[in-house]
Ligand binder design. Structure first.
Ligand SMILES: N[C@@H](CCC(=O)N[C@@H](CS)C(=O)NCC(=O)O)C(=O)O
Length: 296
């Protein structure tokens, strides 16, 4: 393993066996915690975790970026301006300067993100999975052999994937951007309106689906994917850690009042014991479990 890991990779990560999750108590981290907790309850799955205190920027250190290809790929895309060029053309992965938007400060490659799953059971070296939704799918294929949280039926599994991708592509980015503009008091009314309206639109897509507005008025569904009223699956696990906060993201009362099926779904999913453990468990809280926090 010494070749696979960097010399400064923490021993807790290097010496882990089986499934090891590097995480923090954030919406994307919580997706992985919840599914691992469900799998532990259902199959007795063993796993270990390490926590990252995002304020320390441990996730931006080379040992972490080495495990997370997101760091390298995003490095190439660091500046969205078409005329952004690497400081040194011979090292395209180096920090880029953008002359078009007059941004002279180096745009660094240091953008490691959690969660990150390491499967130490694979050969010839551990298999690393970035992206929270990809972590859920990896666990589904590797561990959830009786498809407790998905489907054997390809059509229902296709429905699950649609809602998983819908939230990943249309939901979490928009909610993240809306949170950014709202929390940081950015003076950009156009951006704020854009993200507010788009987030509300996405919530209404979920609302219409759960309420059965266009398919089964008056009946509706309990979960996002599956026949009839649906079944609790990865699609719910993927969206819930973000949507659970919908009442606290700064929407108006009358906007919230128009989301009753979404509210019921948030409460329904939140009522599961594994969801509570994954979302709020002591083991995932860096303040309550400081021995699990990685610091190099
Ligand atoms: N698309 C990625 C996003 C991961 C992400 O944004 N992670 C956040 C926490 S939820 C993070 O690591 N933030 C720290 C940073 O940007 O330095 C996923 O779904 O896993």
């Amino acid at each position: 393993m010494t070749q696979f890991y960097a010399p400064e990779t923490p021993d807790r990560v290097k010496n882990a066996t089986g499934l090891h999750l590097i995480t923090a108590l954030t919406p994307n981290g919580r997706k992985a915690h919840i599914y691992l907790e469900e799998l532990k309850e259902t199959y007795g799955l063993p796993f270990t975790i390490s926590l990252i205190d995002l304020d320390t920027n441990e996730q931006k250190k080379p040992w972490f970026l080495r495990l997370n290809p997101n760091g390298q790929l995003a490095c190439l895309l660091a500046c969205l301006c078409p005329s952004a060029t690497p400081s040194n053309p011979k090292t395209p992965h180096a920090p880029r300067h953008c002359t078009a938007c007059n941004n002279q400060s180096p745009l660094t490659c240091e953008i490691g993100r959690i969660p990150l799953l390491i499967d130490n059971t694979t050969t010839p070296h551990p298999h690393v999975v970035m992206e929270s939704s990809a972590i859920l799918l990896y666990l589904f294929h590797q561990v959830d052999h009786s498809q407790q949280f998905g489907f054997a039926d390809p059509l229902q599994q296709s429905q699950l994937l649609q809602w998983l991708v819908f939230w990943g592509a249309s939901g979490q980015m928009v909610q993240g951007q809306w949170n950014y503009f709202r929390r940081n008091q950015v003076e950009n009314d156009h951006a704020k309106k854009r993200f507010h309206d788009e987030l509300l639109r996405v919530y209404h897509v979920l609302e219409a689906h759960l309420a059965g507005r266009y398919t089964d008025p008056g009946l509706g569904r309990e979960y996002l994917a599956g026949q009839g009223r649906g079944k609790y699956t990865l699609a719910d696990i993927n969206a819930w850690p973000w949507v659970r906060n919908f009442r606290a993201v700064g929407l108006e009362e009358e906007e919230l009042d128009r989301l009753p099926a979404l509210a019921a779904w948030v409460d329904r999913v939140g009522g599961r014991a594994a969801v509570q453990r994954g979302a709020f468990g002591e083991a995932y809280d860096e303040g309550l479990s400081p021995e699990l926090v990685l610091r190099t």
